[in-house]
Design a protein around this ligand. Sequence first.
Ligand SMILES: [Zn+2]
Length: 159
Amino acid sequence: MAEAAIMELKDALAATFPEIFPGQDPTVKKTMPRLQAAPGDHSTNPNYNASTDPHVAGLALDIILLAWVESERKLAENLVDLFVYSKAAMGWNAVIYNHATIDDFGGPKPHSGPDPHTSHIHIQWPKSRAGTTGFIGGMQNDLTDLHDRWANHRPLPND
Ligand SMILES: [Zn+2]
């Protein structure tokens, strides 16, 4: 079970973007939602270590938005901007998307891990801040505005 901060963000994204969250993951054939807190299938990765996977610990959310699809990448970039703007209230300590990472020390900076995160935003919290809640209230107007612009094919705030 994911921690409270992860569930608050997941539930808000599902409610605000009903057309896309929780839709089906377009990268796989099997049924898999676009909002994934649970650990993914790492069976083909020999370097996978469940003990260090923040998803196993309930500390992370993956938001499936494909960087090679322009409309999805623009939505993802705007969500990342909103997460950065709201970082103090949200309490996350890492956001990774499309070859870039932002953490407690700043960013964006090049993401050097084996997965370039071109298929999803990864956002994670440290255990000490994973119980953070109540942050969506301050973000909801911006989330709703982003949804309305995106759904109506209008320019997004950071276009
Ligand atoms: Zn992840």
